[in-house]
Design a protein around this ligand. Sequence first.
Ligand code: NAD
Length: 465
Amino acid sequence: MQINEKMVQEIVAKVVENVNAKNISSAPRQKGVFTTMTEALAAVEKAYKQFRGYSVAQREQMIKNIRKRILEEAETLAVLGVEETGMGRVSDKIIKHQLVANKTPGTEDLSPRVMTGDSGMTLIEMAPYGVIGSITPSTNPSETVLCNSIGMIAAGNAVVFNPHPHACKTANYAVDLVNRAVLEAGGPENLVVSVQKPTMDTSNEMVTSPIVRMLVATGGPGVVKMLLSSGKKAIGAGAGNPPVIVDDTADVEKAGADIVAGASFDNNLPCIAEKECFVFASVADRLIDSMCRNGAYLIKGADVEKLLKIALIEKNGKYVINKKWVGKDAKKFLKELGIDAEPRLIICETENSHPFVQVEMMMPILPIVRVDNIDEAIQYAVAAEHGNRHSAHIHSKNIDHLTRFARAVETTIFVKNAPSYAGIGAGGEGYTTFTIAGPTGEGLTAAHSFTRQRRCVLVDGLHIV
Ligand code: NAD
């Protein structure tokens, strides 16, 4: 779907008018959203007990309705997300919601295994965990709630969310949407719950509650570390800093367009998005030229150093992101430099050691580093990924280069000759997820990730051949 800026302005105006008319913040309590975590936990425990009595076909009915509602309300969710967090692009967030609705697996993702032989038959089924506690990020606030809800409900679970405090209105709108869809489809009340004002205290209560059997965290390193020390089964989806390599066998024109599309998508908020580029010196000028013709704006010299002072803050000799600038439009950065332009992405040439290369910025700024050969490209790219083993990308037609980089970087997602988002099913084969679990190894999570395997053994029977 092509969405231009004029359409976006019209969508924002329409949604803001609707939201004001409904006055979402002072409306009666949203479904599933509670004042305290204690209340939320009690409600979701009750819902889970009821949900155990539902069939898989009924689960699928609920999921179908959630998909329908997401598609109907994608624009509202996108506008709310941008308005509340001040991050990202409405047109891209609409596409992200459509992706969640259309490509998150449902109950079909749960396939039992059977073993038969002289001793009879053994069946392994994928059972629900129970109530799952999920911590969600500010960068994909409603997308993560919705994607987690589909997968977790498909697997027969109920969910309690502790959303990011700075994105909780949007996340809670999504919690309400899921409950409305579930109820309409005949499901129980409060199958997914949340709190109005999430804090560290509500997070601790959720993590330590005996009602919660499994934990899932999508966010930066802090939250993943906290979860892994909880003593519970935990899925951690952590930070990345995805490099992209362009070698001299690539279709350089296409590589330029693809990299701008991936790195500028939702202003570079996605954890999978290209965040630094290593290009063979022999094709670097052509790549930069292609990028500039496909939505990028090249800055040089003093402007790069000025931009560094805006985007990052130096603390004890280390650079950290200036949170005020995460996910902002490229034109806002350029305005600070006295440049009046509206590109999707800012690009600049830097050394490999430059903070733009080494820090996960989540801003529409892509540093480009010239390299002499594939050894140097791989060495720099692997180092810039910092062992997150999250995502990495390459444009090349040389099978040895593709293979060597994939082996060296060991990431969960590795995209070849396409924008990074092909790795989550947008223009690439495969399903989508907004919880990519590198640290704990589940990879691209889906319904099967939220299950316990249970074995059922029958001796001397049902082996019929
Ligand atoms: P964040 O780490 O600031 O917050 C994520 C969530 O964790 C929030 O709900 C926050 O309140 C909570 N949190 C943070 N520290 C915590 C702690 N010590 N104890 C308990 N809860 C804690 O992340 P963000 O800025 O919202 O999102 C961006 C980060 O998330 C980036 O690093 C990005 O790469 C990563 N991310 C990863 C994935 C993935 O699938 N792997 C998806 C989206 C975002």
